[in-house]
Design a protein around this ligand. Structure first.
Ligand code: SF4
Length: 65
C-alpha cells in the first residue's frame, strides 16, 4: 500500500501495524510513543511502540500491505 506518507525519521519493520508504510519500512505517523514493557529495561526487548495499532487482517495472517 502506498497511500501513506513515510516519515523518514521513524524506521519500522512492523508490517502488522496500521501505520506501517507497506513497501517502505517506515512509519507514517508524525510522532510515536515508546514505552517499556518490562519492569527492568536493560535492552531494546524491554521497550515497545505504544502507538502500534493492529492492521485489519493482521490477526488472520493476511498480507494486505
Ligand atoms: S506506530 Fe509504531 S509499530 Fe506502527 S508503524 Fe509506527 S513505529 Fe511502527
Amino acid at each position: 500500500m502506498k497511500n501513506k506518507n513515510s516519515n523518514p525519521s521513524i524506521r519500522c519493520s512492523v508490517t502488522q501495524c496500521a501505520y506501517h508504510c507497506g513497501d517502505e519500512n517506515y512509519c507514517s505517523l508524525d510522532k510515536i510513543s515508546v514505552s517499556r514493557c518490562a519492569a527492568q529495561v536493560t535492552d531494546c526487548a524491554g521497550t515497545e511502540c505504544a502507538s502500534f495499532t493492529c492492521r485489519p487482517g493482521a490477526k488472520l495472517g493476511l498480507n494486505n500491505k
